[in-house]
Write a protein that binds this ligand. Structure first.
Ligand code: PEP
Length: 251
């Protein structure tokens, strides 16, 4: 059975003190919540402080990005071994904002995904269509290519989480209806099933895009939606705790 997962992507928000306060509030507000996994992805500068705050608790740490080499002359990049060193269990890979503003491609997403597995960092691989692609009716075509390319050359799916995040729903307040989201989640699960067989039943597929405490219950009620990658609503403890509690009640 798949356990639920809720991950908070803080993007480029929070100083160290803000990050510690938010992580502490989330830790306290989710005591006793069981059956799933809670992940916080602060900016690089706050990883260590958040790690110290959540160490030994029920919450895991993620980076928002990583590079695909171990070391070298790559100014500004961070290696997966460095993330492990600082206490990260996960790394978000190929978020649509990285694809849009930092020119990440399906090829770099694949390199990063492969590297993360070797380095012992579990990847949360983001895929999703733009509004234009959805309107043109090519959502499955686009998402299918993104998923297959991300997984190219990887033998085992076990530690990989996929996040379906329609680009038009990220930070916009619009979100896919539960049925629209479920259709794409099922499509992704079938692709993963074609590559890896029955083990794909254990693969977690998260939905992302303007998730709030008001819409999580319906989304999480869908069979192939195992949790959420949450941006804006993860920046306020009450909202994020609400999303977690509602998920744990429903799944
Ligand atoms: C995200 O950043 O992955 C995201 C889904 O953002 P938001 O929840 O703000 O749409």
């Amino acid at each position: 059975m798949r356990r639920w997962m809720i991950a908070g992507n803080w993007k480029m928000h929070n100083t160290i003190n803000d990050a510690i306060a938010l992580a502490k509030a989330i830790k306290e507000g989710t005591q006793g919540v069981t059956g799933g996994e809670i992940i916080l992805a602060p900016p690089f500068t706050a990883l260590q402080s958040v790690y110290e705050t959540i160490k030994g608790s029920h919450i895991s740490l993620a980076a928002q990005n990583m590079f695909y080499e171990d070391k070298g002359a790559f100014t500004g990049e961070v290696a997966p071994s460095m993330l492990k060193d600082i206490g990260c269990t996960y790394a978000i890979i190929g978020h649509s904002e990285r694809r849009k503003y930092f020119h990440e491609t399906d090829d770099t997403v694949n390199l990063k995904t492969r590297k993360s597995i070797v380095a012992g960092i579990k990847p949360i691989v983001c895929v999703g269509e733009t509004e234009d692609e959805r309107e043109k009716g090519v959502t499955e075509f686009v998402v299918g290519i993104q998923v297959k390319k991300a997984l190219y050359g990887i033998d085992k799916i076990d530690d990989i989480v996929i996040a379906y995040e329609p680009v038009w729903a990220i930070g916009t307040g619009k979100n896919a209806t539960p049925i629209e989201a479920e259709e794409v989640h099922r499509f992704i699960r079938n692709i993963v099933g074609d590559i890896y067989g029955d083990v794909c039943k254990n693969t977690k597929i998260l939905y992302g895009g303007s998730v709030t405490p008001d819409n999580i219950s319906e989304l999480i009620g869908m069979e192939d939606i195992d949790g959420a990658l949450v941006g804006g609503a993860s920046l306020k403890s009450e909202g994020f705790i609400g999303i977690i509690r509602k998920t744990s009640e429903k799944k």
